[in-house]
Design a protein around this ligand. Sequence first.
Ligand code: DQA
Length: 159
Amino acid sequence: MNVPNQARSSLSILVLHGPNLNLLGLREPGIYGSVTLAEIDQLLQQEASSLSCQVVTLQSNHEGVLVDAIQAARTQHQGILINAGAYTHTSVALRDALAAVALPVVEVHLSNIYQREPFRHHSFIAPVAVGQISGFGVESYRLGLLALVHTLKTGARAN
Ligand code: DQA
C-alpha cells in the first residue's frame, strides 16, 4: 500500500525559497545551473520520502509573504530549510521572524556566497540558523534537508 508521507511521520519541514529563485533554469545558469525550482522541489519531496518526513515548499519574491510563512510555521512545522536569496544579505525582518518562532533553521545557497561579491558574504540568517550549506548547487538543498532532519531527530548541535 502506498502510505502517504504524512501518515508515516509527524515530522514536517517548511522549505522557503526567496526572491528570483522562481527563475532558476533561466537565471544566470553559469552561477545557478540549469535545474528548475520545480525540479528542486521534486528532489526534496523524494528525499523527504526516504527520510520519512514531510516537506511543504513555498517560493515568494515578497519579504512579507516569507515573514508570514515563517510565523505560521510555528504551529505547523518542526523545522525550516531556507534559501532566502538576496534577502539573506538584507533582511532583518526575516532574521527576526526566524528568531521569534525559534524552530531549527538550516540556511542553504546554491552558489558559494563567500566566493562571490563582498555584499554576499554577510548573512542576516546565519546567526539564527543551526548551520549553513553553500556552494553545492542543488545538492545544497539535499544536504540541508538531511542536516535539518538529523538535528530534529537527534537534537544534535555543534555547540
Ligand atoms: C543565492 C545567493 C544569493 O546571494 C542570491 O541573491 C540568490 C541566490 C544562492 O542560492 O546561491 O538569489 O541564495
